[in-house]
Design a protein. Structure first.
Length: 205
């Protein structure tokens, strides 16, 4: 299982002077990520590799985390993520963008941009009512349940509320290019999350 942790720097575009094609890309600064733990079926019941990302001062993480990282000979890091799958690396190794190549099929996970409190039109793509004079259904959500039966609002009803700021995974992406010197991965298309948000890049099975 190939995987790496990165930070979304933003979107850009790459222009091909020969064909004139403009490709939208997301620039991600990924790695180098030290391997802090390797899980096996014998000891943990499953196979996985734990990676760390973005070194920080010891005071910015908890003491249990510091002790855990010191076992692997690694300093304090802001992010720890496990990648399920067969381990091809050992504790102390570093995973870099060289693990991927242009053309690789990947999926990227991150926390979507928070939109705050939103109504049903923006949050669930509801249609509004007529805007003519006398209408009482401008941007109202409409009926949310029956009166006598069941005499309550059913759970899961699409209503106004907090929008965004949830974990999302974008599948079907492709690695456009990599820059080993600057630890950059250029992904064709858009990925979840705001600028400088943490993302997890995995190969797509």
């Amino acid at each position: 299982m190939k995987g790496i942790i990165g930070k979304k720097l933003g979107m850009s575009q790459v222009f091909d002077p020969e064909t004139g094609v403009v490709t939208p890309v997301t620039v991600i600064e990924a790695g180098p990520c030290p391997v802090t733990q390797v899980r096996s079926v014998e000891t943990d019941g499953y196979e996985a590799v734990q990676l760390a990302f973005e070194p920080v001062a010891d005071r910015k993480i908890s003491k249990p985390e510091i002790g855990h990282l010191r076992k692997s000979g690694t300093g304090a890091h802001r992010q720890l993520v496990e990648f399920r799958g067969e381990a091809t690396v050992a504790v102390g190794d570093h995973v870099t963008v060289e693990a991927f190549a242009p053309g690789d099929k990947i999926k990227v996970s991150g926390t979507s941009i928070g939109k705050g409190f939103a109504g049903t039109i923006k949050r669930h793509n509801f249609h509004r009512g007529p805007m003519s004079h006398g209408s009482h259904n401008k941007r109202a959500p409409g009926s949310i349940g029956a009166s006598a039966t069941p005499s309550r609002v059913m759970k899961g009803m699409k209503m106004s509320g907090h929008m965004g700021a949830k974990r999302r995974t974008q599948v079907g992406l492709t690695v456009f290019a990599i820059e080993v010197e600057r630890n950059l991965i250029l992904v064709k298309g858009a990925v979840p999350g705001p600028r400088n948000g943490f993302v997890e890049i995995r190969e797509e099975a």
